[in-house]
Ligand binder design. Sequence first.
Ligand SMILES: [Zn+2]
Length: 543
Amino acid sequence: MKPRLGNDSLVLSFGVALYLALSGNLAFFRALLALAPAGTPAPLGLVTVSGGILVLALTAVLSLCALPYLWKPVAIAFLLVAAVCAHFMDAHGAVIDRSMVQNIAETDLGEAGDLVTLNLVLRVLILGVVPALLVVRTQVVYSGWRREGVRRLTLVAACAVVIPGAIAANYKQFALVGRGHSELRLLLNPTSPLYAAWRYWQKRPAPTVITAIGEDATRGAGERRPLLVVLVVGETARAANFSLGGYERETNPRLQALPILYFDDVTSCGTTTAVSVPCMFSPYGRAKYSDRKAKSHESLLDVVQRTGVSVLWRDNNSGCKKTCTRVPLQDGIELRHEAFCDGDDCFDEVLLEGLPGWIDGLQGDGLVVLHQQGSHGPAYHKRSPAAFKQFLPECAGAAVESCTREEIANAYDNTILYTDFVLSRLIGLLEPEAARFDVAMLYVSDHGESLGENGLYLHGLPWRLAPREQTHVPMLMWLSEGFGASRGIDRVCLEQGRHESRSHDHLFHSVLGLLDVKTRIYEPELDLFRPCRGAAPRLLSER
Ligand SMILES: [Zn+2]
């Protein structure tokens, strides 16, 4: 059968490419247009040439896949991926890069379910499924292999000439964009998300042998009071909405009344849970961190456990991202408590249930990590019980983009108010433990959140591009009475360091320092407590 215009593989490839460029790249074109300084004409030439190059490149890719049994699945995958990604790019200002793909791959059903909104379903149905069905119904006709070969080689050769030619002809503009705004390529859809998925697949950690770290770890000598460290890993709490850090709304009324230390300039390692959590428990720091390194090496918890400290991870989130693989874990099913849970969705108080019992059974020192659900969006309203809905009206749907900024802020602030309560209740539980232990509670959030500033929502932008709202995180500390004297730590000195610039890089080494773990991988300059170690710790024999 001879191809006609409507079912010729190259014409169809061009049609799909043109459709993808127009329906899936609104965020890209908008960002290009926004490059023009205010008062200057919009760079329409740049937009047209970029659009043309995008169509040509997509046509070339699709036509190279134009083989029976291959072209249709590829075209359908492109259409569906583009429709889904375009929704998140347009509605949330999201960027689908490798770490976002990792975040998607490692999330749980509950978290993912919150992102499925009516807007998403409608957009994917109309702009993805309908054209995909048209592709399914279209009969693609191929010419003989010789003619097809010649046509495709001609197309690829034309691309090889026209694309560099178009860039050369507009060199100045492309160079400016390339140098100053190379992040715009991350908005090209569906090429960028597909490339990110490919990179994730390539770089995913192979199931390798786990290499030990800190094998030389030992504890400082001397009989001392037992030590209990409680580390709360917050979720999506941003420093900007903590009244402890100056937010005008009273979101921390209970913590404000307690003798805590609030650190107001703390930066996260990543902008997603999948990056921040393993990074916080690794010794590498943000600059040297990689997912592969973290997943093929032991974590802070292994080092601490090796020195004889009892370690426990309690999880009300989507897991510990492989940082707690070799230590005791209590998660969803085990922790579920009807007072705090609705199905699989539990309020963070569930993390406190049974904690005193575990502490009672401790022999020696203990480190417990409480991994919160915190302020995880977009369904913020699901993270605070009715009694904490103080800021109203709150956005009560998952489609944050269809709520007003005020409703979103209200729902979000209610989650912070609830975290304030959970942490203060935790401190209340820990206070009596001071009879037996020196107790330190450290809270730090994994990353921040955008709540509509500059049209951005949620989190997960590449760290370098992320606004401060996504990387500036709250961190606070509570120490039991007599802790300083007992452990040789000067509290006034800690107070003075509250405004210094800190980051997740400090966590690994500070916990080692706090537990007095000696190992070669410990970096004293990243230990928050180190500069404040004045007097020698008091030994039991001196009491
Ligand atoms: Zn997170």
